[in-house]
Ligand binder design. Sequence first.
Ligand code: ZN
Ligand code: ZN
Length: 286
Amino acid sequence: MEGFCDVEAGGFRFRGTSRAGLATAVAIDSLGILCDAGACDLRMISADVVLLSHDHPDHFVALPQILTQRQLLGHGLMRIFAPTGMIDSLEAFLAAGQLASARASWRYELIGVEPGDWFEVGGGRRAQAFEVEHTVTTLGYIVYDVRRKLLEELHGQSPQDLAARRAQGEPVDREVLVPLIAISGDTVAAGLRAHPDVAKARVLLAECTFIDAAHRERAVETAHTHLDDLVALLESFENEAVVLYHFSLRYRAEEIDEALSERLGAGLRQRVKVLLPGAWTPGSIR
Ligand SMILES: [Zn+2]
Ligand SMILES: [Zn+2]
């Protein structure tokens, strides 16, 4: 394993590892959410909610390690959200893991999710799943802050008036959902158009598997994002920060940095960060 890294973006800390085909797991500390579970690190296991994107093994195989560490350290129930179609096989995988592991008594709940589904993710926050475009059924997720906003027609009313309205059971405010984080899952770049709030979330965690012009066809064949297709989208998106992850093992950190500096305008380059484990020595895959 090539290690884990921390990225600060938009007021959040993203902690984890990600390389295409090897392992992807990214914890968002302050939200208690783990995006995919392809690797285990002690600093990531406190997340009580896991959002699994799809059933490619490098995105979920570390669940037994994570659940074992959580048991040892006395953590509570872990809620694992995943595309409905992978729940049965995931249940069998975890059951086998528990059988193989002496004294295992993992505390988890598997919850099947369909595109468009809403669910609570703790801390008063809510998430919605959306379907992206990959070689298998894959979900992206948007995590929202849930806030209350005073009704426009009541602006300027005194606290006493508002209290009286409340006492009579009249509505004084409405719910407002603020998109905090958009998570792409594995997808072609166009998959990011599948949900309007991808462009509005404070931070977009976007896969960017390929950067080299020679790998455009490979990106199409494997239904992954190529940087060239992502750039135009990001220019039109409003995200305060974008964290790119899931780079192919083909690329060294310097190559990725160079490609971003060449192809992103200066303004966009400032908003884009890279989640890339630090200690990687380039391989020979081409
Ligand atoms: Zn992947
Ligand atoms: Zn995949």
